[in-house]
Design a protein around this ligand. Structure first.
Ligand code: DAK
Length: 258
Protein backbone atom coordinates (compact mmCIF):
# COMPACT_ATOMS: atom_id res chain seq x y z
CA UNK A 1 0.00 0.00 0.00
CA UNK A 2 1.27 3.49 -0.82
CA UNK A 3 0.77 5.88 2.08
CA UNK A 4 -0.10 9.57 1.85
CA UNK A 5 -1.71 10.25 5.24
CA UNK A 6 1.13 8.70 7.20
CA UNK A 7 4.89 8.97 6.71
CA UNK A 8 6.84 5.87 7.69
CA UNK A 9 10.63 5.85 8.06
CA UNK A 10 13.01 3.32 9.59
CA UNK A 11 16.46 4.20 10.91
CA UNK A 12 18.66 2.20 13.28
CA UNK A 13 15.85 -0.33 13.75
CA UNK A 14 13.44 2.37 14.94
CA UNK A 15 10.35 2.84 12.78
CA UNK A 16 8.67 6.22 13.03
CA UNK A 17 5.08 6.70 11.90
CA UNK A 18 4.04 10.33 11.46
CA UNK A 19 0.39 11.17 11.00
CA UNK A 20 0.47 13.53 8.04
CA UNK A 21 -2.70 15.66 7.97
CA UNK A 22 -1.32 18.84 9.46
CA UNK A 23 -4.08 21.11 8.08
CA UNK A 24 -6.71 19.03 9.90
CA UNK A 25 -4.51 18.80 13.02
CA UNK A 26 -3.76 15.17 12.10
CA UNK A 27 -7.35 14.06 12.67
CA UNK A 28 -7.93 10.41 11.80
CA UNK A 29 -10.10 9.91 8.71
CA UNK A 30 -10.93 6.58 7.10
CA UNK A 31 -7.93 6.64 4.76
CA UNK A 32 -5.54 7.35 7.65
CA UNK A 33 -7.05 4.51 9.66
CA UNK A 34 -6.65 2.14 6.66
CA UNK A 35 -3.02 3.20 6.18
CA UNK A 36 -2.28 2.77 9.88
CA UNK A 37 -3.95 -0.62 9.83
CA UNK A 38 -1.77 -1.74 6.93
CA UNK A 39 1.39 -0.32 8.52
CA UNK A 40 0.78 -2.03 11.87
CA UNK A 41 0.06 -5.29 10.02
CA UNK A 42 3.43 -4.99 8.22
CA UNK A 43 5.20 -4.20 11.49
CA UNK A 44 3.69 -7.26 13.17
CA UNK A 45 5.56 -9.38 10.60
CA UNK A 46 8.80 -7.37 10.54
CA UNK A 47 11.97 -8.70 12.11
CA UNK A 48 13.93 -5.53 11.38
CA UNK A 49 12.07 -3.03 13.55
CA UNK A 50 12.86 -3.11 17.27
CA UNK A 51 10.90 -0.05 18.39
CA UNK A 52 8.02 1.96 16.91
CA UNK A 53 7.47 5.68 17.49
CA UNK A 54 4.17 7.36 16.59
CA UNK A 55 3.90 11.11 16.35
CA UNK A 56 2.16 13.84 14.35
CA UNK A 57 3.51 16.11 11.64
CA UNK A 58 3.96 19.74 12.72
CA UNK A 59 4.25 21.41 16.09
CA UNK A 60 0.60 21.85 16.95
CA UNK A 61 -1.01 18.46 17.06
CA UNK A 62 -0.37 14.78 17.66
CA UNK A 63 -3.90 13.70 16.64
CA UNK A 64 -6.95 15.94 17.23
CA UNK A 65 -9.22 12.89 17.34
CA UNK A 66 -11.35 11.27 14.72
CA UNK A 67 -12.00 13.45 11.69
CA UNK A 68 -15.37 14.90 12.66
CA UNK A 69 -16.38 15.40 9.02
CA UNK A 70 -16.72 11.64 8.63
CA UNK A 71 -19.50 11.51 11.24
CA UNK A 72 -21.86 13.56 9.06
CA UNK A 73 -24.65 11.64 7.40
CA UNK A 74 -23.28 8.19 8.24
CA UNK A 75 -25.57 5.35 9.29
CA UNK A 76 -24.91 3.57 12.60
CA UNK A 77 -23.88 0.50 10.62
CA UNK A 78 -21.24 2.36 8.58
CA UNK A 79 -19.95 4.02 11.76
CA UNK A 80 -19.81 0.62 13.45
CA UNK A 81 -17.68 -0.76 10.61
CA UNK A 82 -15.26 2.18 10.79
CA UNK A 83 -15.09 1.93 14.58
CA UNK A 84 -14.38 -1.79 14.44
CA UNK A 85 -11.56 -1.14 11.96
CA UNK A 86 -10.01 1.48 14.25
CA UNK A 87 -10.41 -0.76 17.30
CA UNK A 88 -8.78 -3.63 15.39
CA UNK A 89 -5.89 -1.34 14.42
CA UNK A 90 -5.35 -0.15 18.00
CA UNK A 91 -5.60 -3.70 19.38
CA UNK A 92 -2.99 -4.85 16.86
CA UNK A 93 -0.80 -1.89 17.80
CA UNK A 94 -1.07 -2.79 21.47
CA UNK A 95 -0.21 -6.41 20.65
CA UNK A 96 2.95 -5.66 18.64
CA UNK A 97 5.73 -7.70 20.27
CA UNK A 98 8.04 -4.66 20.38
CA UNK A 99 7.87 -1.43 22.40
CA UNK A 100 5.73 1.33 20.91
CA UNK A 101 6.21 4.96 22.00
CA UNK A 102 3.66 7.73 21.49
CA UNK A 103 5.57 11.00 21.11
CA UNK A 104 2.81 13.52 21.84
CA UNK A 105 3.66 16.79 20.12
CA UNK A 106 0.49 18.81 20.75
CA UNK A 107 -3.27 18.17 20.74
CA UNK A 108 -3.97 14.59 21.67
CA UNK A 109 -7.73 14.32 21.74
CA UNK A 110 -10.41 11.65 21.40
CA UNK A 111 -9.13 8.99 19.00
CA UNK A 112 -5.66 10.55 19.49
CA UNK A 113 -5.40 9.74 23.18
CA UNK A 114 -7.07 6.39 22.44
CA UNK A 115 -4.26 5.61 20.00
CA UNK A 116 -1.62 6.87 22.46
CA UNK A 117 -3.08 4.66 25.20
CA UNK A 118 -2.64 1.61 22.93
CA UNK A 119 1.10 2.46 22.88
CA UNK A 120 3.42 1.27 25.66
CA UNK A 121 5.04 4.54 26.71
CA UNK A 122 3.75 8.09 26.25
CA UNK A 123 6.22 10.97 26.18
CA UNK A 124 4.65 14.41 25.83
CA UNK A 125 5.75 17.90 24.94
CA UNK A 126 5.05 20.43 27.71
CA UNK A 127 2.67 22.10 25.24
CA UNK A 128 0.56 18.96 24.75
CA UNK A 129 -3.15 19.07 25.48
CA UNK A 130 -4.89 15.81 26.24
CA UNK A 131 -8.56 14.91 26.49
CA UNK A 132 -11.59 12.85 25.58
CA UNK A 133 -13.91 15.62 24.29
CA UNK A 134 -16.43 13.25 22.60
CA UNK A 135 -19.22 14.17 25.04
CA UNK A 136 -19.24 17.67 23.53
CA UNK A 137 -20.28 16.06 20.22
CA UNK A 138 -23.00 14.05 21.95
CA UNK A 139 -20.78 10.97 21.76
CA UNK A 140 -18.76 8.69 23.98
CA UNK A 141 -15.22 7.48 23.29
CA UNK A 142 -15.44 4.69 20.72
CA UNK A 143 -11.93 3.35 20.24
CA UNK A 144 -11.11 2.03 23.70
CA UNK A 145 -11.24 5.28 25.69
CA UNK A 146 -13.72 4.18 28.33
CA UNK A 147 -11.64 1.06 28.96
CA UNK A 148 -7.96 1.98 28.52
CA UNK A 149 -8.34 5.39 30.22
CA UNK A 150 -10.06 3.77 33.20
CA UNK A 151 -7.30 1.19 33.52
CA UNK A 152 -4.60 3.88 33.34
CA UNK A 153 -6.02 6.61 35.56
CA UNK A 154 -8.80 4.90 37.56
CA UNK A 155 -12.56 5.21 37.16
CA UNK A 156 -12.95 8.50 39.10
CA UNK A 157 -10.58 10.47 36.89
CA UNK A 158 -11.72 8.68 33.74
CA UNK A 159 -15.36 9.54 34.47
CA UNK A 160 -14.50 13.18 35.18
CA UNK A 161 -12.51 13.49 31.93
CA UNK A 162 -15.15 11.70 29.82
CA UNK A 163 -18.28 13.21 31.45
CA UNK A 164 -16.98 16.80 31.27
CA UNK A 165 -14.96 16.42 28.05
CA UNK A 166 -12.49 18.99 29.34
CA UNK A 167 -8.90 18.85 28.19
CA UNK A 168 -5.93 18.70 30.55
CA UNK A 169 -2.35 19.90 30.11
CA UNK A 170 0.69 17.65 29.90
CA UNK A 171 1.76 18.04 33.54
CA UNK A 172 -1.73 17.16 34.78
CA UNK A 173 -1.76 14.15 32.43
CA UNK A 174 1.56 13.09 33.95
CA UNK A 175 0.24 13.49 37.49
CA UNK A 176 -2.68 11.18 36.46
CA UNK A 177 -0.23 8.58 35.10
CA UNK A 178 -1.64 9.14 31.64
CA UNK A 179 1.71 10.17 30.20
CA UNK A 180 5.06 8.86 31.44
CA UNK A 181 7.26 11.88 30.78
CA UNK A 182 6.89 15.55 29.92
CA UNK A 183 9.74 17.34 28.14
CA UNK A 184 10.18 20.83 26.67
CA UNK A 185 8.62 20.97 23.18
CA UNK A 186 11.96 21.69 21.52
CA UNK A 187 13.49 18.53 23.06
CA UNK A 188 10.65 16.13 22.33
CA UNK A 189 12.15 14.59 19.19
CA UNK A 190 15.58 14.16 20.78
CA UNK A 191 14.23 12.72 24.04
CA UNK A 192 11.96 10.35 22.12
CA UNK A 193 14.88 9.14 20.04
CA UNK A 194 17.04 8.63 23.14
CA UNK A 195 14.34 6.51 24.73
CA UNK A 196 13.70 4.59 21.51
CA UNK A 197 17.45 3.94 20.98
CA UNK A 198 17.79 2.65 24.50
CA UNK A 199 14.88 0.26 24.01
CA UNK A 200 16.20 -0.81 20.58
CA UNK A 201 19.45 -1.95 22.23
CA UNK A 202 17.59 -3.97 24.87
CA UNK A 203 16.99 -7.73 24.80
CA UNK A 204 14.06 -7.85 22.39
CA UNK A 205 12.79 -11.28 23.44
CA UNK A 206 12.68 -10.30 27.13
CA UNK A 207 10.99 -7.01 26.21
CA UNK A 208 8.41 -9.01 24.28
CA UNK A 209 7.81 -11.31 27.27
CA UNK A 210 7.54 -8.36 29.69
CA UNK A 211 5.00 -6.64 27.42
CA UNK A 212 2.99 -9.85 27.08
CA UNK A 213 2.91 -10.36 30.88
CA UNK A 214 1.90 -6.74 31.57
CA UNK A 215 -0.74 -6.62 28.82
CA UNK A 216 -2.31 -10.01 29.51
CA UNK A 217 -2.13 -9.85 33.32
CA UNK A 218 -5.31 -7.84 34.00
CA UNK A 219 -7.37 -10.38 32.01
CA UNK A 220 -6.57 -12.97 34.69
CA UNK A 221 -6.78 -13.37 38.45
CA UNK A 222 -3.64 -12.23 40.31
CA UNK A 223 -2.59 -15.82 40.98
CA UNK A 224 -3.05 -16.85 37.34
CA UNK A 225 -1.26 -13.72 36.14
CA UNK A 226 1.72 -14.36 38.42
CA UNK A 227 1.80 -17.96 37.23
CA UNK A 228 1.83 -16.71 33.60
CA UNK A 229 4.69 -14.35 34.52
CA UNK A 230 6.66 -17.35 35.81
CA UNK A 231 6.10 -19.26 32.57
CA UNK A 232 7.23 -16.28 30.48
CA UNK A 233 10.25 -15.82 32.80
CA UNK A 234 11.20 -19.46 32.18
CA UNK A 235 10.68 -18.99 28.43
CA UNK A 236 13.35 -16.26 28.44
CA UNK A 237 15.86 -19.07 29.08
CA UNK A 238 15.10 -20.38 25.59
CA UNK A 239 16.81 -17.27 24.19
CA UNK A 240 20.55 -16.66 23.96
CA UNK A 241 20.13 -13.14 25.41
CA UNK A 242 19.93 -14.64 28.93
CA UNK A 243 23.32 -16.32 28.50
CA UNK A 244 24.73 -13.03 27.22
CA UNK A 245 23.18 -10.94 30.01
CA UNK A 246 24.32 -13.27 32.79
CA UNK A 247 27.79 -13.72 31.29
CA UNK A 248 28.20 -9.95 30.84
CA UNK A 249 27.25 -9.36 34.48
CA UNK A 250 29.64 -12.02 35.77
CA UNK A 251 32.48 -10.69 33.62
CA UNK A 252 31.79 -7.06 34.50
CA UNK A 253 31.16 -5.97 30.90
CA UNK A 254 28.23 -4.46 28.98
CA UNK A 255 25.87 -7.01 27.41
CA UNK A 256 25.53 -7.18 23.65
CA UNK A 257 22.02 -8.47 23.07
CA UNK A 258 20.92 -10.01 19.75
N1 DAK B 1 -11.75 16.61 12.70
C1 DAK B 1 -11.72 17.33 11.56
N2 DAK B 1 -11.09 18.52 11.44
C2 DAK B 1 -10.47 18.99 12.52
C3 DAK B 1 -10.46 18.29 13.76
C4 DAK B 1 -11.14 17.04 13.82
N3 DAK B 1 -11.15 16.29 14.92
N4 DAK B 1 -9.79 19.03 14.65
C5 DAK B 1 -9.37 20.14 14.01
N5 DAK B 1 -9.78 20.12 12.74
C6 DAK B 1 -9.54 21.11 11.69
C7 DAK B 1 -10.41 22.36 11.90
O1 DAK B 1 -11.69 22.15 11.36
C8 DAK B 1 -9.63 23.40 11.14
O2 DAK B 1 -9.86 23.22 9.76
P1 DAK B 1 -10.05 24.51 8.80
O3 DAK B 1 -11.19 25.28 9.37
O4 DAK B 1 -8.73 25.23 8.88
O5 DAK B 1 -10.32 23.90 7.45
C9 DAK B 1 -8.17 23.01 11.40
O6 DAK B 1 -8.22 21.62 11.78
C10 DAK B 1 -7.55 23.79 12.55
O7 DAK B 1 -8.40 23.65 13.67
P2 DAK B 1 -8.94 24.92 14.51
O8 DAK B 1 -9.06 26.10 13.64
O9 DAK B 1 -10.15 24.46 15.25
O10 DAK B 1 -7.71 25.13 15.50
P3 DAK B 1 -7.74 25.74 16.95
O11 DAK B 1 -6.33 25.93 17.35
O12 DAK B 1 -8.66 26.91 17.05
O13 DAK B 1 -8.40 24.58 17.87
C11 DAK B 1 -8.69 22.31 18.67
C12 DAK B 1 -7.73 23.37 18.04
C13 DAK B 1 -7.98 20.97 18.67
C14 DAK B 1 -9.00 22.71 20.11
C15 DAK B 1 -10.01 22.27 17.86
O14 DAK B 1 -9.68 22.12 16.48
C16 DAK B 1 -10.90 21.13 18.25
O15 DAK B 1 -11.61 21.20 19.26
N6 DAK B 1 -10.94 20.07 17.44
C17 DAK B 1 -11.85 18.98 17.63
C18 DAK B 1 -11.40 18.07 18.76
C19 DAK B 1 -12.33 16.92 18.88
O16 DAK B 1 -13.50 17.10 19.28
N7 DAK B 1 -11.87 15.77 18.46
C20 DAK B 1 -12.72 14.69 18.05
C21 DAK B 1 -13.21 13.91 19.23
S1 DAK B 1 -14.28 12.63 18.65
C22 DAK B 1 -13.94 6.66 15.17
C23 DAK B 1 -12.66 6.87 15.55
C24 DAK B 1 -12.37 7.44 16.76
C25 DAK B 1 -13.38 7.85 17.59
C26 DAK B 1 -14.67 7.62 17.25
C27 DAK B 1 -14.96 7.04 16.01
N8 DAK B 1 -14.26 6.12 13.91
C28 DAK B 1 -13.18 5.62 13.13
C29 DAK B 1 -15.58 6.24 13.41
C30 DAK B 1 -13.12 8.91 18.49
C31 DAK B 1 -13.87 10.05 18.45
C32 DAK B 1 -13.22 11.35 18.49
O17 DAK B 1 -12.03 11.46 18.41
Amino acid sequence: MTYSNIIVTTENRITTIKINREKALNALNEKTIEELHDCVEQLSQSEDTKVVVITGVGKKSFIAGADITMFEGKSPITIRNIILRLQETLNKLEDLPIPVIASINGYCLGGGIELAMACDIRIASNTAIVGQPEIKLGLIPGAGGTQRLTRLVGSGRAKEMIFLGENIDAETAKSFGLVNRVVPAENLEEETLKLASRLAKGPSFALNMAKEAINRGPENSLLDAIRMEGELFALCFAHEDVKEGVNAFLNKRKPNFK
